[in-house]
Design a protein around this ligand. Structure first.
Ligand code: TA6
Length: 290
């Protein structure tokens, strides 16, 4: 099944494809034709399921940290509902798409709040910016959590490294799953990925850099490939790679899918935002290809 999609492009060749299902960015290619996101070849594109890869929008909860004890699905409902096109515009240097999701009977059955969420996707040469904003259209304040769960493409995760989180406290969901208050502090060295990694870091004030071993393999130099930044509204950054064992257990991912992706997620998790009526909250993640 082909999902209804919107494609943005620039004359230089940069392009992005966005499914209306979940306001889900499926693909981002820079001008030279290089795909920058990972989309699982086994992703379920049935218009109902979450999509494995691209940029899932997780709202109004993160993972299964249920807000208010309601019956929300894992990572919330925003990634499995159809969003509406609110506008599309472009110049030679910039292409933009705005998608919208509002509360309806389906969302209110899971989460009894009135809202309007917007996702603004902006493509510029070598860069993709995703901005999420949500307005409380209700009469009372409500809490929410959020993640832009970006799957970045790497050639080989064992040769990749992520720099910029040195000194930041984090919760390790692999080693301390049942102790959500546990914190460790990242050392100065860049993160490497030899096994399952699932960590929620306090956001770094500076951008992160994703690098990989330059090819050919006997060249020891690291090639910086992406700069990842997030606006101040996001208080955390999640770093996730399922590793070989979990990857093999995910039906919508090939056994070796973990090799070709690293999720670096702009998120607000630990202290849900309490949004007063009539107020709008906005935050963005920007991916800059190097
Ligand atoms: O962001 C990391 C995480 O919460 C992991 O714990 C892992 O479950 C991942 O998201 C993917 O979740 P999904 O529901 O898309 O399989």
């Amino acid at each position: 099944m082909t999902l209804p999609q919107v494609r943005l492009s620039l004359p230089a060749g940069d392009e992005v494809s966005v499914a209306l299902h979940g306001a889900h960015v499926l693909s981002w290619k820079t001008a030279e034709g290089r795909e920058r996101l990972y989309l699982s070849p086994q992703a379920l594109l049935d218009g109902k399921s979450p999509i494995r890869g691209g940029v899932p929008v997780c709202f109004p909860q993160f993972n299964q940290r249920v807000l208010g004890g309601r019956a929300l699905p894992k990572h919330g409902f925003a990634r499995v509902l159809p969003w509406a096109v609110r506008g599309q515009s472009g110049t030679a240097q910039l292409a933009q798409l705005r998608l919208a999701l509002q509360d309806d009977a389906v969302t209110r059955a899971q989460w009894p709040h009135a809202f309007e969420a917007l996702l603004d996707i902006t493509l510029t040469p070598q860069a993709l910016r995703i901005e999420f904003s949500v307005t409380n259209t209700d009469a009372v304040a409500w809490p929410f959590a959020l993640a832009l769960h970006s799957y970045l493409r790497v050639d080989d995760i064992t040769q990749a490294s992520l720099d910029g989180l040195g000194g930041q406290p984090y919760w390790d969901a692999v080693t301390h799953l049942h102790e959500p208050g546990h914190r460790q502090v990242q050392g100065p060295q860049a993160l490497r990925f030899a096994a399952e990694t699932d960590r929620v870091y306090a956001a770094s004030p500076a951008p992160l850099t994703l690098s990989q071993q330059a090819l050919p393999a006997d060249d020891r130099a690291l090639e910086p490939m992406m700069r990842i930044s997030q606006s101040r509204g996001f208080s955390e950054t999640v770093v996730w790679n399922p590793g070989a064992v979990l990857s093999a257990s995910l039906a919508d991912m090939p056994d070796d899918g973990f090799r070709h992706m690293l999720c670096v997620e702009a998120a607000t998790i630990d202290t849900p935002v309490q949004l007063p009526p009539g107020q709008t909250w906005t935050a963005s993640q920007t991916l800059m290809a190097l």
